[in-house]
Design a protein around this ligand. Structure first.
Ligand code: PAF
Length: 278
């Protein structure tokens, strides 16, 4: 595996390649969910590039940034084992030579006002800044992202529209632990018992899907927020939305594609998950 730390070196290498490039951006602390993106990228492209960069610009909470898990040597091992051709491993001043004080603004509109856009002000603008800069460095044919970050996938789709980009965005299904917990780098921050307990999130999402034909969404929302919060979670939101636009819905509308999205804290660790209802 080639490892590049400088954009100029990465570009020089990529300019010599022929064929399509698949790109998987990550913040490291890699797990099987990331590896499934790499595997898909490898199947569909001549060359796969993965980036590991903990993007300071997308953390609205400084403490969250400071405690974000870092497992670089195991990340490198995992990436080599699945045959990743290129790892891009920039330092912060490579991505942000002028610092993060003056970031570019992206007009992502409605998506920035709901769910994580509302609860994490500035987060998606930080994501757009880094993804834009990474795409400029890698110039991939295809970009691979996980549906666990459902809203992020829509934001990046919007970014590609804003940039009039021809890069194809491929979104891939959430990978789960045996107990249903969505794989996430942040799971590393949970104690062993909380990691078990966190399976309650998927239990709630599945229960809502199972019960949606008989019970209004507002009753299920109340029931499962109460359930989570009586099990040591602090729930930020549990909402139903149109799966294509993320327009929030007050009740199930089976003619539309729907998704339920949730953000909840356990042991102070913010966990997000979602499940398509149909
Ligand atoms: O999903 C992530 O890990 C990050 O938000 C991303 C897309 C790598 C940008 O920093």
């Amino acid at each position: 595996m080639f490892i590049f730390k400088k954009i100029a070196d990465l570009k020089q290498f990529l300019e010599k390649q022929t064929g399509s490039v698949g790109f998987v951006p990550t913040m490291g602390a890699l797990h099987k969910g990331h590896l499934s993106l790499i595997e898909k990228a490898k199947q569909e492209n001549s060359l796969t590039v993965c980036s590991v960069f903990i993007n300071p610009a997308q953390f609205n909470d400084k403490k969250d940034f400071e405690k974000y898990p870092m497992t670089l040597s195991s990340d490198i091992d995992m990436l080599s084992q699945v045959g990743t051709e290129v790892l891009f491993l920039p330092a912060s001043d490579e991505i942000y030579p002028d610092g993060i004080g003056q970031l570019a603004g992206y007009d992502i509109g409605y998506l920035d006002t709901i769910l994580d856009g509302k609860f994490r002000p500035g987060h998606f603008n930080g994501v757009c800044n880094v993804v834009d800069r990474l795409l400029e460095a890698v110039k991939p044919s295809r970009l691979y992202m996980g549906e666990k970050d459902f809203q992020q996938c829509l934001v990046v789709r919007r970014l590609l529209e804003i940039k009039k980009s021809t890069i194809e965005l491929i979104t891939c299904p959430t990978r789960r632990e045996a107990n249903g917990l969505a794989m996430s780098s942040r799971n590393e921050l949970l104690s062993k018992s909380a990691r078990e307990k966190a399976s309650a999130i998927f239990y709630c999402l599945k229960s809502i899907r199972d019960e949606m034909a008989k019970t209004p969404f507002s009753s299920l929302q109340e029931r499962y927020i109460r359930y989570l919060d009586s099990n040591s979670f602090e729930t930020e939101y549990l909402l139903l939305a149109d799966a294509e636009t993320l327009d929030l819905l007050t009740d199930f509308a089976p003619s539309q594609k729907m998704v339920v999205l949730l953000a909840s804290r356990l042991e102070g660790v913010r966990l997000i998950d979602n499940l398509r209802m149909n």
